[in-house]
Design a protein around this ligand. Structure first.
Ligand SMILES: C[S@@+](CC[C@H](N)C(=O)[O-])C[C@H]1O[C@@H](n2cnc3c(N)ncnc32)[C@H](O)[C@@H]1O
Length: 246
């Protein structure tokens, strides 16, 4: 794993297996995690005391750790359960030595515990890193999910986590009010979300690339007319039968 400094000054890494960085270098690892996933998701669950998050996939753990940072920074006192699949056991085991931003300094013990045991629990927080293939792990989740941080490698490099069938499996474990946050704005991804039953929204973020949000319900973002997009576009949604199993 090669360590890479992203433009907000925080460190990410480059994966040789997937030939891609864990974060968008230009957006910055911490900025991307906070602005594209955590902040926007939590705004919709201000009144809910008990929140379950599916963090796809754990990687360097930025989305999970940014969630804990955000709760502390905003003085939010909620019960949070994070379930995060990750196929790379050695990566998680190495995280206790990763150079995280100073914002995560207060999480040192939690990071070490997760890196050693893939698990952390206290009065309010429960984090489960499930080692294995996300496609299998999702099918076994028996709890309703409120938030999905959809953050695999790109659809080109990690297609099995962006197909219609994958999003249909996700849809089965979501609460009606749930939302999916993702950095991808690719048309095949949006078509796959639509075909899996989601409404698809585009969100502009000051200083960063725009993003996609998906939900069953109406949200105050620019909704994409997916019926029209499907009719006009030459793109096709990704499907399991068209992608190589990795
Ligand atoms: C872009 S990185 C995730 C970055 C992470 N969200 C973070 O904040 O650091 C994608 C991760 O997905 C994992 N991954 C790829 N395919 C997977 C699969 N089918 N099941 C489980 N993990 C997978 C990779 O090992 C990698 O760690």
């Amino acid at each position: 794993m090669k360590i890479v400094k992203s433009l907000d000054g925080t460190f990410t890494a480059y994966s040789e297996n997937f030939d891609e960085c864990y974060h968008n270098i230009k957006d910055g690892a911490l900025s991307e995690s906070l602005k594209k996933h955590v902040e926007v998701a939590f705004k919709f669950f201000e009144k809910k005391d008990d929140i379950t998050i599916l963090d796809i996939c754990f990687g360097l753990g930025y989305n999970t750790f940014s969630t804990l940072y955000y709760l502390k920074k905003e003085n939010i006192n909620k019960k949070i359960h994070i379930i995060s699949p990750e196929m790379d056991k050695e990566l998680v085991q190495s995280l206790k030595n990763f150079s995280y931003p100073k914002e995560f300094d207060f999480l040192k013990d939690i990071i070490e515990k997760i890196s050693n045991d893939f698990y952390y629990e206290d009065e309010n927080i429960k984090i489960e890193v499930k080692i294995g293939n996300a496609r299998d792990i999702i099918k076994k989740i028996d709890k309703k999910i409120d938030i999905v941080y959809q953050d695999p490698f790109s659809p080109k490099k990690n297609p099995l986590l962006w197909t219609v069938e994958y999003f249909k499996d996700i849809s089965k474990i979501l609460d009606y009010n749930a939302l999916i946050t993702t950095y991808s704005i690719a048309t095949p991804v949006r078509l796959a979300l639509y075909e899996a039953g989601f409404r698809v929204y585009e969100r502009e973020i000051e200083g960063l690339k725009k993003q996609t949000i998906a939900s069953f319900k109406s949200l105050p973002f620019k909704e994409i007319n997916m019926k029209e997009k499907k009719r006009r576009s030459s793109s096709q949604p990704l499907r399991d039968k068209d992608v190589k199993k990795i």
